[in-house]
Structures are given as C-alpha cells and as structure tokens.
Design a binder for this molecule. Structure first.
Ligand code: MSP
Length: 468
C-alpha cells in the first residue's frame, strides 16, 4: 500500500483555536481523507507547540505552571479538531517526553557533526514570533506582525547552528526541479531571493528561557523553541510504533509567515543530521477578516465554535475550503459566509437533494462505484479547493438543477418515462457529487449516499436549512 504522511504546523498554545488554525487543519484533513479514499495508507499529524518564552509568559499571567497551563489549553485544540471531524492519526505535544528525547538525539547529531558553536548574540527579538529580527524586518522599530512591546532587545551567549554551511546545497535543491519541494512557485522565488542575499547562522539555544528542552551538551541552555517544534514532524514517526517508515513526510502544509523556518532551517537541520528531506512543503496565504488583519486587539477573531454553531460541522468545513487562501490572502467574514452557505448549500445542493429524494422516491439507481477523476485529485493536492468544489458543482449539481428546471418533472405523471429518466439522471449526478465532496463534508456526503443506495429514499427533512 502506498504511504502518505502529511502534517499541519503545531499550534502555539498561548491562544485558543481560531479560523486561521482551522483553515490549515481542515485543508490537511481534506487531503488526508482523499488519499485514504484512493487506497493509500495515511499518517496525518497535528499537535501543539508548547515550549518557549511566549507560553511561559502566558502561563505566568494565568498563575499556572507552564506545564499545567499547557495541559489545560492543548485539549482545546485536539477537542476542536474532533468536533470538526478532523481525521488526524496522532496529536503531538512538544512536552511529550518521547518527543523531547528525539529532539535531544537529533541535536546531538548536529553537534557531533561539528555544525554547532557558541557565540554571543545581540539583537531584536519578537516574543510573538519567537524569533530574532533583522533590521530590515523591523517596521516602526518593531515586528510588523505583533505589538511593539513584544519586540525586545536581547543579548546572550547562545549555541549557533551553521545554517550558512547548508545554503549552497539548499539553493541547489530548490533550483533543481526534480526536487521541487516548495509550492506554490511564487514562494520558491521568494525563498531563493532571500537565500541569495546572504544568510547568517542562527542560534539554536536560549540562555534565559527555562521553559524548554535542555541542550544535551549544555544543560544551562534550552533548545530554541523553533528547533524543538520543527523536529515534531520527525519525532512522531520515530517514537510511535509502526510509523518509522512514514518518514520522510510527503507534505507539510503551513501558512506563509513560517515559510522560512520550514523551507530553509528545517531542511538544513535535516541535512546536517543526515536525515531524508520532506518531499513537498505547501505554503498558503492568510485569511483577512472583512479587509483587516485578524487580531485580538481589533476584536475580529473568528473562532471555529462560532462557525460550527452557525453552519454546522460540514457547513464550516465547506466554507473554509471554499474560501481557502491558496495563493493570495482571502477576505472572509460572517456575512459573506452566510451568503455562500445559503447560495451553495441551502439553495443549490440542499435543494437538489430535496427535489431528487421527494420526486424520485423508490426509483432504482445503478450501483456502480464512482471513480474520482485525476483532475480533481490534482486540484485538491494543490490546495485549490475552491476550484475543485466549483468543478463538482458545475458538472453535477448546477447542471442537474438546471435540467430539473428545464424538464419540470413535478409537472409530469409519476410513470412518465421522461420523469423517471431525469430523476434517475439527477440522482446519479448527485451520487457522483457526494462521492467527490466526501473529503470536504464527510457526514453530509454519507447522508446523501445513504439516500441513494440502490434506490432513492424519501427525505424527511432538508439537509441545509437557510440561515438568516
Ligand atoms: N508554533 C508555530 C508553528 C510550528 S510548526 C513546526 C506557529 N504556531 S501558530 O499557532 O502561530 O500557527 C501558525 C499557523 O496557523 C500558520 O502557519 C497557519 O497555518 C495558521 N494561521 C494562523 N493565522 C492564520 C490566518 N489568519 N489565516 C490562515 N492561516 C493562518 O506558528
């Protein structure tokens, strides 16, 4: 059986899940489900990133020890994903001792290779990003992604990783199209340009952050949270029984703000430790909320539970997929979601299901298995969910509703062959559509397919009530 290993970023737990985390996780789930459906053995990993200064600070504010704080917040993520029907195979926490052990081993390999040295570092650090900023990163003297007080001056002795040593090799990998590991294309050029501008080494440890994994060769320092976090993708495959053969990962999915860590630093760490490189990294853009950056201070954060309350689990998954910020930032908002939900699900798909099931009750339909077209698989694998769903609607759902409007079977006698023919044809199209949409709306698709199993069954209530 072909194996397929995919990951989401592991989310920081200084915050609870929002629509940004939801979008990446739903995207990964859609891909995982499609790969399982087409017969592959899938390992789908997600989790929480729990060490570092940022988490330690939030825990302190809440009057909890960092570990107690993590134990309290991490389930907010795993439980949200369960409600959203996310079919992850394992939920990793970086405070898991098994992960910590692999981190120590991998860093030791880098150390043994001679790729580590001690040096003093002085510079601006953004606690929000958990990274040092260069002068060119600063906007108005602070990190553009976080508030001014998150940018602090730091001066400490750290252990450094010889990132620069691996840059020529990474440039070659990116330029050599057989590897092709950065998607989409635009991100590849962005990374290349930055690599060619010259890269400094990066510190891999922290002197004054106690909430972290101690360095194996210097217990006075902890592993820099990003080195710890990136290793999760590898460590899960090492400490879990029967998952070893899933490495290297086939697909890392992540947002654009953490592209550098994944496409450069992570690759260099693996090259140094002589571990195989992940096959493909897919970088998506961001959700904007009604034209603005989503932020707590603007009070415009959309939570997954807000969406689930309004649109149900499958409605939420659908809306996220339809608005997914593949290459460009996508503007979303509750009102627009409502419109889309009503137009696509209540009026279009929902209406087709009601019409077919009410008018066609009892009609036999053929039981042939629906084979998923390669074109659809390619679109999904490239995170082009809107296009993929659009294709299904156009070819099977809109088409059927239009045909029903033309033929008006409700005006024909019950035994009229024309009525039987059109309803059977629409039921068949609906069956195809539901099979395609299964990875996006698993429960709804299953309901539709059950309605159409061997014969059309009557429907007691509609699938998608209109929302005001
Ligand atoms: N902990 C690090 C990742 C370590 S991975 C080895 C981290 N965590 S995070 O909680 O900040 O999550 C970042 C990810 O959440 C983004 O890369 C993206 O996948 C998702 N999103 C967060 N905000 C988003 C939007 N506004 N829009 C879309 N996705 C966004 O970074």
């Amino acid at each position: 059986m072909k194996k397929f290993y995919l990951t989401t970023p592991i989310y920081y737990i200084n915050d609870i899940p929002h629509i940004g985390h939801t979008c990446t996780t739903v995207a990964a789930d859609i891909i995982a489900r499609l790969h399982r459906k087409t017969g592959e053995e899938v390992f789908f990993l997600t989790g929480t990133d729990e060490h570092g200064q940022k988490v330690a600070e939030v825990a302190e504010k809440e009057g909890l020890s960092p570990k107690d704080y993590c134990d309290k917040i991490s389930p907010r993520f795993s439980e949200t994903w369960k409600v959203l029907n996310i079919s992850y195979d394992f939920f990793i926490r970086t405070t898991d001792q098994r992960h910590e052990k692999v981190v120590g081993e991998l860093l030791q390999k880098i150390y043994d290779k001679g790729d580590v040295y001690k040096a003093k570092y002085e510079g601006w650090y953004c606690i929000g990003c958990e990274k040092f900023l260069t002068e060119t990163d600063l906007v108005d003297g602070h990190c553009p992604l976080h508030s001014a007080e998150k940018t602090v001056k730091k001066s400490e002795e750290n252990w450094f990783f010889k990132l620069s040593k691996y840059i020529p090799q990474i440039i070659k990998l990116i330029e050599n199209n057989t590897s092709n590991y950065i998607f989409p294309e635009s991100k590849k050029s962005e990374v290349l340009a930055k690599l060619k501008a010259g890269i400094n080494d990066i510190s891999l440890s922290r002197e004054n952050v106690s909430w972290g994994i101690p360095l194996p060769w210097d217990k006075n320092q902890t592993v820099y949270v990003w080195f710890d976090a990136l290793i999760n993708y590898y460590s899960a495959t090492q400490f879990l029984e029967n998952k070893k053969e899933f490495w290297p990962a086939d697909l890392h999915i992540l947002g654009k703000e953490i592209l550098w860590f994944h496409t450069v630093i992570w690759q260099a760490m693996l090259l140094s430790a002589e571990i195989k490189l992940p096959v493909k990294t897919y970088i998506h853009s961001f959700y904007m909320i009604d034209g603005q950056k989503m932020s707590k201070s603007l009070g415009n954060v959309i939570s997954p539970s807000q969406l689930i309350d309004l649109f149900g689990v499958d409605g939420t998954r659908y809306l996220v997929a339809r608005s997914f910020p593949t290459e460009n930032d996508a503007d979303v908002g509750i009102d627009r979601f409502k419109e889309k939900y009503n137009a696509d699900l209540a009026n279009n798909l929902g209406n087709l299901v009601s019409r077919v099931c009410k008018l066609g009750e009892g009609l036999k339909i053929n039981n042939q298995e629906v084979i998923i077209d390669n074109k659809y698989k390619i679109l999904i694998n490239n995170l082009k969910f809107d296009e993929a769903i659009g294709w299904v609607f156009e070819n099977y759902i809109d088409k059927s509703n239009n045909r029903l409007n033309e033929v008006t079977p409700w005006k024909l006698e019950i035994n009229d062959p024309k009525r039987i023919e059109i309803l059977t044809e629409c039921a068949q199209n609906l069956k195809i559509a539901a099979t395609y949409l299964e990875s996006i709306m698993p429960e709804t698709s299953k309901k539709i397919l059950d309605q159409l199993d061997k014969e059309i069954k009557g429907l007691e209530s509609g699938l998608f009530p209109r929302i005001k």
